[in-house]
Design a protein around this ligand. Structure first.
Ligand code: SF4
Length: 391
């Protein structure tokens, strides 16, 4: 675990917008249009001039009306009228703005297990919200219809609707939902909307969870953390080459965010989407699992998720179940106590076992809980061992 005091956003963590776009181009990714199956909960779409525009919280003014965004490791520098690489932040006259504040592109009530968070109030539901934009370019993105598009594109298709932080919190309450999840597209892209909603939600007794890829700078992460109850980080691979080629991003900032959240004592679960032939090398899996044990101890839940062909990786097959079982075995051998396989139904690979007596304390099939052998305080019913998490 590293010390917050010793951390700073090093030059290795940062990259100009020009470099980002170059990397994105090298990774063979870009804008794409397509149908999005969005919300059952969204009211009819409203388009309003200037809707979603809100001054950004993290940026520096530079000479000549240029600004530098300091929200994520890309540190985009933009001139008047230009937009950051996430497509949802714009320089207007030397001030920087998010364009998606209070603008929902997806809104659903999901089981918390679908995020996936298995050790965070299991069996409860989360009001899940997303907008447009992302600071990565993952070739296997499942939500590219919103994440890899601009607010204008979504608005033109009547997919963005006004949904203020207060409306979100009220909607959670009126639906009897205890948690709001910031998800679907990368919530760092809509940081200000997430931040204000999480703060308001905390005041009104609603929890917040961030479902993120973790590419965020130190200061905004530390400012947001007090209002988050749990975080899920997608660790998309475990090499710089992988991150560069398949996400146009960088591994180091993600590792730093994970260490930072551990140091803050935030409840954290990790997902690793296992893509056949791309990031499934057993040695890589072993190195990743050992690193997780080293930085966070053995009780961080790790979910190996099954890949299905999507977006720009439609040429690859779904992950073989045997590969996922092998990953789970490697994770357990490395010392992790809670290792799951996700996106596979009809198996026992998503159940929680007591780390002391090995009995199943929560039996799941996919997102569904079939049996609970855990007390309301999180203790195993068989041996009384406290299971790690929030109950
Ligand atoms: S949040 Fe967007 S604009 Fe800001 S540095 Fe990251 S990619 Fe660039």
């Amino acid at each position: 675990m590293d010390s917050e005091q010793s951390e700073k956003d090093t030059s290795e963590e940062t990259m100009t917008r020009r470099e980002f776009l170059k990397k994105a181009a090298l990774a063979g990714v870009g804008l794409a249009a397509g149908a999005a199956g969005l919300s059952r909960l969204l009211p009819s779409a409203q388009a309003a001039s200037g809707a979603g525009v809100h001054e950004a919280l993290y940026y520096k003014r530079l000479s000549g009306n240029r600004v530098q965004c300091t929200l994520c490791p890309w540190q985009c520098i933009t001139s008047d009228g230009q937009r950051g690489a996430c497509r949802v932040r714009e320089n207007r006259g030397g001030k920087y703005y998010t364009l998606v504040y209070g603008e929902a592109a997806a809104l659903h009530i999901d089981p918390i297990e679908k995020k996936p968070l298995f050790h965070f109030y299991p069996g409860t539901r989360a009001l899940s919200v997303g907008t447009a934009g992302c600071n990565l370019r993952c070739k296997d993105c499942q939500n590219w219809e919103i994440s890899q598009r601009t607010p204008e594109q979504l608005r033109a298709e009547h997919r963005l609707v006004s949904m203020s932080p207060q409306t979100l919190v009220s909607k959670a309450k009126s639906n009897g939902v205890a948690t709001i999840a910031y998800t679907y597209n990368e919530p760092i892209a809509f940081y200000e909307y997430m931040y204000d909603t999480a703060k308001l939600a905390r005041q009104q007794g609603i929890k917040s969870v961030m479902i993120s890829s973790g590419s965020i700078n130190r200061e905004p992460m530390l400012a947001l953390a007090p209002y988050l109850d749990a975080v899920k980080i997608d660790l998309k691979g475990f090499s710089d080459d992988f991150y560069r080629e398949y996400t146009a991003g960088q591994l180091e900032p993600v590792k730093t965010t994970i260490k930072r959240l551990v140091a803050l004592g935030k409840w954290l679960e990790i997902v690793y989407l296992v893509v056949p032939t791309v990031n499934d090398n057993p040695k890589t899996i072993e190195a990743m699992a050992k690193w997780l044990v080293k930085v966070g101890g053995p009780y961080i839940p790790l979910h190996f998720s099954r890949f299905f062909p999507a977006y720009r990786l439609k040429n690859l097959p779904p992950t073989p179940i045997d590969t996922l079982r092998r990953c789970r075995h490697i994770g357990r051998q490395a010392g992790l106590k809670y290792v799951y396989v996700g996106n596979v139904s009809g198996s026992d690979l998503a159940s929680t076992h007591c780390p002391s007596c090995a009995q199943i304390v929560i039996k799941r099939d996919g997102y569904q809980i079939l049996a609970r052998n855990i007390k309301s305080n999180g203790a195993c019913r068989f041996c009384g061992t406290q299971i790690h998490g929030m109950w």
